[in-house]
Design a protein. Structure first.
Length: 132
Protein backbone atom coordinates (compact mmCIF):
# COMPACT_ATOMS: atom_id res chain seq x y z
CA UNK A 1 0.00 0.00 0.00
CA UNK A 2 2.67 2.44 1.08
CA UNK A 3 4.55 1.50 -2.12
CA UNK A 4 1.65 2.79 -4.20
CA UNK A 5 1.55 6.05 -2.19
CA UNK A 6 5.30 6.55 -2.56
CA UNK A 7 5.11 5.75 -6.29
CA UNK A 8 2.26 8.20 -6.74
CA UNK A 9 3.96 11.03 -4.82
CA UNK A 10 7.29 10.34 -6.55
CA UNK A 11 5.86 10.45 -10.07
CA UNK A 12 3.70 13.47 -9.22
CA UNK A 13 6.75 15.46 -8.06
CA UNK A 14 8.78 14.18 -11.04
CA UNK A 15 6.02 15.31 -13.45
CA UNK A 16 5.92 18.82 -11.95
CA UNK A 17 9.76 19.08 -12.06
CA UNK A 18 9.81 17.85 -15.68
CA UNK A 19 7.08 20.33 -16.62
CA UNK A 20 9.20 23.17 -15.25
CA UNK A 21 12.15 21.85 -17.31
CA UNK A 22 9.93 21.66 -20.43
CA UNK A 23 8.84 25.30 -19.96
CA UNK A 24 12.44 26.37 -19.27
CA UNK A 25 13.83 24.69 -22.41
CA UNK A 26 10.91 26.15 -24.42
CA UNK A 27 11.72 29.70 -23.29
CA UNK A 28 15.42 29.09 -24.02
CA UNK A 29 14.43 27.79 -27.50
CA UNK A 30 16.35 24.55 -26.90
CA UNK A 31 14.13 22.51 -29.20
CA UNK A 32 16.37 19.42 -29.24
CA UNK A 33 15.89 19.04 -25.47
CA UNK A 34 12.40 20.59 -25.24
CA UNK A 35 10.56 18.13 -27.50
CA UNK A 36 12.05 14.84 -26.11
CA UNK A 37 11.42 16.18 -22.57
CA UNK A 38 7.72 16.51 -23.45
CA UNK A 39 7.55 12.75 -24.13
CA UNK A 40 9.30 11.98 -20.83
CA UNK A 41 6.88 14.33 -19.00
CA UNK A 42 3.80 12.70 -20.53
CA UNK A 43 5.19 9.23 -19.64
CA UNK A 44 5.77 10.41 -16.06
CA UNK A 45 2.20 11.78 -15.91
CA UNK A 46 0.97 8.39 -17.13
CA UNK A 47 2.86 6.66 -14.30
CA UNK A 48 1.48 9.16 -11.73
CA UNK A 49 -2.07 8.40 -12.95
CA UNK A 50 -1.37 4.64 -12.86
CA UNK A 51 -0.24 4.88 -9.20
CA UNK A 52 -3.13 7.23 -8.32
CA UNK A 53 -5.53 4.52 -9.51
CA UNK A 54 -3.74 2.04 -7.21
CA UNK A 55 -3.90 4.40 -4.21
CA UNK A 56 -7.59 5.34 -4.73
CA UNK A 57 -9.18 2.03 -3.56
CA UNK A 58 -7.32 2.31 -0.21
CA UNK A 59 -9.27 5.45 0.69
CA UNK A 60 -12.95 6.22 1.16
CA UNK A 61 -12.71 9.17 -1.24
CA UNK A 62 -16.34 10.20 -0.73
CA UNK A 63 -15.58 10.87 2.96
CA UNK A 64 -13.32 13.74 1.83
CA UNK A 65 -16.46 15.69 0.80
CA UNK A 66 -16.83 18.20 -2.01
CA UNK A 67 -13.07 18.25 -2.77
CA UNK A 68 -13.40 14.77 -4.37
CA UNK A 69 -15.64 15.73 -7.36
CA UNK A 70 -13.67 19.00 -7.69
CA UNK A 71 -10.36 17.10 -7.88
CA UNK A 72 -11.74 14.45 -10.26
CA UNK A 73 -12.96 17.17 -12.63
CA UNK A 74 -9.65 19.09 -12.52
CA UNK A 75 -7.59 15.88 -12.91
CA UNK A 76 -9.55 14.78 -16.02
CA UNK A 77 -9.50 18.30 -17.51
CA UNK A 78 -5.73 18.49 -16.94
CA UNK A 79 -5.09 15.17 -18.68
CA UNK A 80 -7.16 16.28 -21.70
CA UNK A 81 -5.49 19.74 -21.65
CA UNK A 82 -2.05 18.15 -22.30
CA UNK A 83 -3.20 17.80 -25.92
CA UNK A 84 -3.31 21.60 -26.35
CA UNK A 85 0.45 22.36 -25.98
CA UNK A 86 1.22 19.25 -28.05
CA UNK A 87 -0.99 20.49 -30.92
CA UNK A 88 0.17 24.13 -30.67
CA UNK A 89 3.81 22.93 -30.30
CA UNK A 90 3.60 20.99 -33.59
CA UNK A 91 1.98 24.07 -35.24
CA UNK A 92 4.81 26.26 -33.86
CA UNK A 93 7.36 24.03 -35.64
CA UNK A 94 5.60 24.80 -38.95
CA UNK A 95 4.61 28.41 -38.25
CA UNK A 96 6.57 30.37 -35.56
CA UNK A 97 3.71 32.91 -35.21
CA UNK A 98 1.88 30.18 -33.26
CA UNK A 99 4.41 30.50 -30.45
CA UNK A 100 2.26 32.96 -28.46
CA UNK A 101 -0.64 30.45 -28.50
CA UNK A 102 1.77 27.68 -27.55
CA UNK A 103 2.98 29.75 -24.59
CA UNK A 104 -0.63 30.33 -23.41
CA UNK A 105 -1.29 26.56 -23.75
CA UNK A 106 1.87 25.82 -21.74
CA UNK A 107 0.77 28.11 -18.87
CA UNK A 108 -2.71 26.57 -18.94
CA UNK A 109 -1.27 23.06 -18.54
CA UNK A 110 1.21 24.11 -15.83
CA UNK A 111 -1.57 25.90 -13.88
CA UNK A 112 -3.97 22.96 -14.20
CA UNK A 113 -1.28 20.45 -13.17
CA UNK A 114 -0.55 22.44 -10.01
CA UNK A 115 -4.29 22.71 -9.24
CA UNK A 116 -4.68 18.94 -9.76
CA UNK A 117 -1.73 18.26 -7.46
CA UNK A 118 -2.99 20.58 -4.68
CA UNK A 119 -6.61 19.34 -4.79
CA UNK A 120 -5.39 15.70 -5.01
CA UNK A 121 -3.22 16.03 -1.90
CA UNK A 122 -6.09 17.84 -0.08
CA UNK A 123 -8.52 15.07 -1.09
CA UNK A 124 -6.26 12.26 0.18
CA UNK A 125 -5.48 14.03 3.45
CA UNK A 126 -9.21 14.57 4.15
CA UNK A 127 -10.31 11.05 3.13
CA UNK A 128 -10.60 8.15 5.62
CA UNK A 129 -8.18 5.31 4.98
CA UNK A 130 -9.73 1.88 4.55
CA UNK A 131 -7.91 -0.61 6.82
CA UNK A 132 -6.65 -3.54 4.67
C1 LIG B 1 3.43 19.99 -22.00
C2 LIG B 1 3.88 20.33 -23.18
C3 LIG B 1 4.64 21.60 -23.52
C4 LIG B 1 4.92 22.71 -22.76
C5 LIG B 1 4.56 22.97 -21.30
C6 LIG B 1 5.68 23.63 -23.60
C7 LIG B 1 6.15 24.87 -23.23
C8 LIG B 1 6.79 25.78 -24.05
C9 LIG B 1 7.16 27.14 -23.69
C10 LIG B 1 6.89 27.82 -22.35
C11 LIG B 1 7.77 27.70 -24.77
C12 LIG B 1 8.30 29.13 -24.87
C13 LIG B 1 7.26 30.01 -25.56
C14 LIG B 1 7.78 31.41 -25.79
O1 LIG B 1 9.00 31.64 -25.88
O2 LIG B 1 6.93 32.32 -25.90
C15 LIG B 1 7.81 26.70 -25.82
C16 LIG B 1 8.38 26.89 -27.08
C17 LIG B 1 8.35 25.96 -28.08
N1 LIG B 1 7.80 24.70 -28.04
FE1 LIG B 1 6.87 23.86 -26.44
N2 LIG B 1 5.84 23.05 -24.85
C18 LIG B 1 5.23 21.82 -24.84
C19 LIG B 1 5.15 20.92 -25.88
C20 LIG B 1 5.73 21.09 -27.13
C21 LIG B 1 5.64 20.13 -28.22
C22 LIG B 1 4.94 18.78 -28.15
C23 LIG B 1 6.33 20.68 -29.27
C24 LIG B 1 6.55 20.15 -30.64
C25 LIG B 1 6.34 18.93 -31.05
C26 LIG B 1 6.81 21.98 -28.85
C27 LIG B 1 7.54 22.84 -29.63
C28 LIG B 1 7.95 24.10 -29.27
C29 LIG B 1 8.65 25.01 -30.16
C30 LIG B 1 9.02 24.75 -31.61
C31 LIG B 1 8.90 26.18 -29.42
C32 LIG B 1 9.60 27.45 -29.90
C33 LIG B 1 11.05 27.37 -29.56
C34 LIG B 1 11.80 28.49 -30.23
O3 LIG B 1 11.58 29.65 -29.86
O4 LIG B 1 12.61 28.19 -31.11
N3 LIG B 1 6.44 22.19 -27.53
N4 LIG B 1 7.20 25.56 -25.35
Amino acid sequence: MLNAEIGFLGFLLLTVALLVAVAWTGFKAKRKIHIPLVFVTVASLGMAIRYALLVGPHYDLESAGVITPIHMFIARATTAAYLVPVITGIRTLKDPSFKRWHRKAAFLVIGLTLMAAVTGVAMLSLADRIPQ
